[in-house]
Design a protein. Structure first.
Length: 236
């Protein structure tokens, strides 16, 4: 296993890409995971409508009262909620978020993700090596496009009890998986926001949607196929 992760770091350091100048961007957030989980603070922290019209906006998060998941790609909103035992994805800014991580990215540089990067842990190691090589400061956004062997996700939903934990909400929500199909993932990498917008044991927070955009949720586990493209912010 050590040799696998060493090869990931080396491949990140030697990676060739068609846009050599990676760029730091400002990452903003509202709400905190630890307050959601330990203090049951799931109240609205930001009105998504205030972000309407912000070109090249990228964001992920959770609706207030944990009523669903949020993804914004290049200014287009995708809000997933659990309805009738399934998922409905709505393209609407008329919602509030209890947690939102967001940024503006003017341009993305495309990288060919090595075939050795298959899981979320692999991806985390690879992004760590890339950040060190390029002097990219944490936090930063990234995107993935390509085929997933399996992308497991959940869509959170509220429970009838008033003091359920975040994990209880998550487990009670919709559990889905995208298998052997093209996926679009927007994520944020950070080594300094554990308990804020990443969980304590991970530097990643990612949301995934399928090509039809009729399924979207928070990524729980990932198995990538070959020829997946990674996108990182670059200077114009």
């Amino acid at each position: 296993m050590k040799f696998k992760y060493l090869s990931l770091l080396l491949s990140g350091a030697l990676m060739a890409c068609n846009t050599p100048h990676l760029q730091d961007v400002e990452v903003h957030y509202a709400g905190e995971l630890r307050k959601m989980m330990h203090q049951n603070d799931i109240s609205a922290k930001v009105d998504l409508d205030t972000l309407r019209g912000m070109g090249r906006l990228y964001a992920i998060g959770a609706l207030d009262s944990l009523k669903g998941e949020i993804l914004v790609e290049n200014g287009t909103p995708y809000v997933s909620v659990v309805q009738n035992g399934g998922v409905s994805v709505l393209n609407d800014f008329n919602y509030q978020a209890t947690l939102l991580v967001y940024t503006i990215v003017e341009a993305w540089g495309r990288h060919n993700l090595p075939d050795t990067v298959e899981t979320m842990k692999d991806l985390e190691y690879y992004l760590s090596g890339l950040a060190k090589k390029e002097g990219l400061r944490s936090p930063f956004p990234f995107r993935l496009e390509g085929k997933a062997t399996a992308a497991e996700y959940h869509v959170i939903q509220p429970l009838a009890v008033s003091k359920a934990t975040h994990d209880e909400h998550r487990k009670a929500g919709y559990q889905g998986v995208l298998e052997n199909e093209k996926v679009y993932i927007t994520g944020f990498y950070s080594t300094g926001h554990h308990g804020i917008f990443t969980h304590h044991n991970s530097n990643l927070h990612m949301h995934v949607r399928n090509e039809k955009a009729d399924e979207m949720g928070h990524v729980d586990a990932l198995r990538l196929d070959k020829d997946v493209k990674l996108f990182i912010p670059v200077s114009l």
